[in-house]
Design a protein around this ligand. Structure first.
Ligand SMILES: C[S@@+](CC[C@H](N)C(=O)[O-])C[C@H]1O[C@@H](n2cnc3c(N)ncnc32)[C@H](O)[C@@H]1O
Length: 292
């Protein structure tokens, strides 16, 4: 979204900075707030704790063109100061047994920042345990003839306490035989032993299509939209019905839409009123959009 189109859309945004909107069912809250502000994060959560965080902060990688807002790069020290604030604000409202997912990128032209610095920062939070380093393989990438095409998105997974986790499966049929094991004296292969017809995603997700303009779920103007299917996978594995899901960087509202589809409650906000408005409007049609 360019600065000019943002100016044109602002008068149509129902929320101003600091305002919270509650959806008619009372299940979800959407707001224009700042993830760096403790007061803002407590304003939206009230006394409720969060069972599952799915955070997708800006990656400190410049994308788009010079007219585009919110996409500029700051130095890594500033980026880590920003990260410390929103991470602490999240931890302050996590339930005793809860999950914390964060999407991040690595700028291959600049020493892969901010991924390594962010991972090291996360070691300082003793209440969180590192659990998995997931890569989503984007089918569409960028690259040149002189480098490997960049097709990955990183997703870090941490937990607090001992939360519920339900194993996930992809839609990819099990076809490869292998992994022989002797059970009760009989040699068996993985196809005989497996409980499911399809394979598990593991920590490399190959089966999810990055959102692009020809897809039904594409939201025009959203430059960093996550595939609904990826958020649904996180929610299904790491929460139960009615649990509280939170996302401090709403953008196109993907976390909210997935939470609504799967009967979870959700609190979400963006510091940009245009994206909060986009999120509210997407909720109205979201249920009809498929992530499968
Ligand atoms: C990478 S996008 C999130 C994409 C989202 N997961 C989706 O699928 O649409 C990051 C968003 O964070 C917002 N943002 C940046 N700094 C923020 C802050 N301090 N507080 C709240 N939102 C912020 C930006 O306006 C942008 O919409």
């Amino acid at each position: 979204m360019t600065i000019q189109s943002e100016k044109k859309i602002l008068p149509y945004c129902r929320l101003k900075s600091g305002e919270v909107w509650v959806d008619p069912t009372g299940q979800h809250k959407i707001a224009v707030l700042d993830a760096e502000s403790k007061k803002d994060c407590q304003l939206i959560s009230k006394d409720e704790n969060v069972d599952l965080f799915i955070q997708d902060p800006p990656y400190n990688i410049a994308v788009g063109n010079k007219n585009t807002q919110q996409l500029s790069r700051i130095n890594i020290e500033e980026y880590i100061i920003f990260s410390k604030k929103w991470v602490q604000n999240s931890i302050d409202i996590m339930s005793k047994d809860s999950h914390f997912y964060v999407w991040l990128g690595a700028d291959q032209k600049r020493g892969f920042q901010p991924l390594p610095e962010f991972m090291i920062l996360m070691r300082k939070y003793e209440e969180l345990t590192s659990r998995s380093f997931i890569s989503l393989r984007n089918q569409r990438g960028y690259g040149t003839q002189k480098n490997w095409m960049a097709v990955r998105q990183e997703l870090l997974y941490y937990t607090k306490g001992d939360p519920f986790f339900k194993v996930a499966y992809t839609d990819i049929p099990k076809v490869l035989k292998g992994y022989y094991k002797t059970i009760n004296g009989k040699v068996t292969d993985n196809l005989e032993r497996g409980k499911s017809e399809t394979i598990r995603p593991g920590n490399i997700w190959l089966d999810i299509q990055q959102v692009f303009y020809r897809m039904e779920e594409n939201i025009p103007g959203a430059y960093a939209q996550k595939p609904l299917k990826s958020i649904e996978r996180i929610i299904k594995t790491s929460s139960k019905k009615e649990d509280m899901v939170a996302d401090f960087f709403a953008h196109s509202g993907t976390t909210l839409i997935a939470a609504e589809k799967l009967d979870r409650r959700c609190i979400t906000f963006d510091r940009d009123p245009v994206f909060a408005e986009l999120t509210i409007r997407r909720l109205a049609v979201g249920k009809s959009i498929s992530g499968d």
